[in-house]
Write a protein that binds this ligand. Structure first.
Ligand SMILES: Cc1cc2nc3c(=O)[nH]c(=O)nc-3n(C[C@H](O)[C@H](O)[C@H](O)COP(=O)(O)OP(=O)(O)OC[C@H]3O[C@@H](n4cnc5c(N)ncnc54)[C@H](O)[C@@H]3O)c2cc1C
Length: 423
């Protein structure tokens, strides 16, 4: 089978690249092995929260010049970064995903990091947030005096106690309550069903979210903030708005243990948008056994399609970092398993990780070596029609920098433009 572009991986970077290409008239195939980082998303996209030297970033665009040359943002350059960053909210809106910036971004007309409340009750920076996530102006933007935190009875993946502890330290008086809903109680018979996604499915039923909203309304005793778990609006985020309207206090949704409901909704909508534009999404299949000749990829195969080869003019590798199995590690090397691309990691094994669990980990920053157009190499020879996007690209430690979604989206947009420019 022949396509214009074959994209390997089904996460954020793959979908953004695929949608952009498909909407520009390319025939694209996405091969997706399994779950991706969106299923674990915090509900916010990070652009740049911290520089490699550890200094905090408030306005990401102003800090681009401090990034090393090998960083993906430096390769894209300030002009293109400015264009892509400005276009992100509209791009996602056109795919049915609404993203909002921190309040200060609107005022200044450029990205300013806001802060979300984490499931641990701490504050983390973010660039754009999905519907249910509240982005505060700053870490000190605490305007509430009393908070009511409501969980579902028996739901262990939302720790109201941690959130209460975190907010109490900031002077907010917290009260924790639990609500019982019959359909959610039914999930408790099977412990694997009593997860965020199981509850989100049940809460998609109008009678259930209305009953939940009414019960929460009755529990409010003068609190100015109500905190709920992020388990609403999986199919339609309008439920989030309705709950905000029916509860007599400011309503904030806070993340649960994975899977992430806002992340899954985003993934589903992006996939739908890609398919609606005419793209082919091969779910639950793994790209293997590529044919590379004279510095060009001719075709790849997949586990399920066996001998049927998938050929294309261009190939995009979006198979993630160690987490997505886009990179793999042995005790002596970090390698890219599909093509055997050149990767960048220190030979001193001791440098790979820090024994302090909370310290930045070296291995988070290893990736595929790419040129300015994100083309990789095999044993030093550049592959002309293969591009790498997302967390697999070397040159940055996205987890440490808080630049995960930003790198995924920016590299995807840049590579899509390079492919289109070659037409
Ligand atoms: C647990 C976790 C949570 C994160 N949360 C956030 C967050 O809240 N905000 C943020 O900004 N960033 C976050 N990040 C950073 C994250 O890396 C990016 O935001 C981004 O989503 C990464 O997208 P990606 O497309 O590069 O890779 P991934 O999302 O990892 O997707 C890679 C995909 O490739 C597939 N794949 C692998 N090998 C093959 C193969 N051979 N054939 C076919 N498919 C294959 C995998 O199954 C997977 O579906 C998080 C990262 C992790 C690991």
């Amino acid at each position: 089978m022949r396509f214009d572009t074959v994209i390997i991986g089904g996460g954020l970077s793959s979908l953004v690249c695929g949608i952009k290409l498909q909407k520009a008239g390319e025939r694209c195939l996405i091969i997706s092995a399994g779950q991706n980082a969106l299923h674990f998303s915090s509900g916010t996209f990070g652009l740049l929260g911290r520089l490699p030297d550890g200094s905090e970033v408030s306005e990401p665009m102003k800090s681009l010049s401090f990034l090393p040359e090998a960083h993906p943002y430096s390769k894209i350059g300030v002009d293109k970064m400015t264009e892509y960053v400005a276009g992100v909210p509209d791009f996602f809106e056109s795919c049915g995903v609404r993203l909002h910036p921190s309040p200060r971004s609107g005022e200044l007309g450029m990205p300013v990091n806001g802060y979300r409340v984490t499931p641990m009750g701490s504050f983390k920076p973010g660039w754009l947030a999905m519907d249910e996530v509240t982005l505060l102006q700053s870490k000190d933007d605490i305007s509430w005096s009393r908070a009511l935190i409501v969980n579902f009875s028996g739901f262990l993946d939302f720790n109201a106690g941690f959130i209460a502890e975190g907010l109490s330290r900031r002077g907010v008086e917290c009260r924790v309550e639990a609500v019982t809903i019959a359909d959610v109680e039914n999930l408790r018979r099977n412990p694997t069903e009593m997860r965020s996604i199981g509850i989100a499915r049940v809460m998609g039923k109008e009678s259930n979210w209305k009953e939940f909203g009414s019960k929460v309304r009755e529990l409010v005793k003068g609190e100015d903030l109500v905190i709920l778990p992020e388990v609403f609006g999986l199919g339609d985020p309008v439920i989030i708005q309705w709950l905000r309207e029916m509860i007599p206090a400011e309503v904030m949704f806070v993340g649960t243990m994975p899977p992430s409901v806002p992340g899954i909704r985003t993934q589903m909508r992006l996939k739908k948008s890609f398919e609606a534009a005419g793209g082919t999404f091969l779910q639950g299949d793994t790209a293997v056994d590529p044919l590379v000749e004279n510095g060009r990829v001719i075709s790849v195969h997949t586990v399920n399609l066996g001998k049927l080869s998938l050929s294309a003019d261009n190939f995009v590798l979006a198979s993630g970092h160690l987490f997505g199995k886009g990179l793999e590690a042995t005790p002596s090397k970090v390698y890219e398993p599909v093509f055997g691309l050149d990767t960048d990691f220190p030979s001193d094994r001791k440098a790979w990780c820090d024994e302090d669990f909370f310290a930045p980990q070296g291995y988070d920053g290893y990736g595929v070596v790419c040129d300015e157009l994100f083309r990789p190499s095999i044993e030093g020879r550049m592959i002309e029609n293969l591009y790498v996007v997302g967390s697999e690209v070397g040159g940055c430690n996205s987890l440490y920098e808080g630049s995960g979604a930003g790198v995924a989206i920016m590299t995807a947009m840049s590579v899509a433009d390079s492919i289109l420019a070659g037409r």
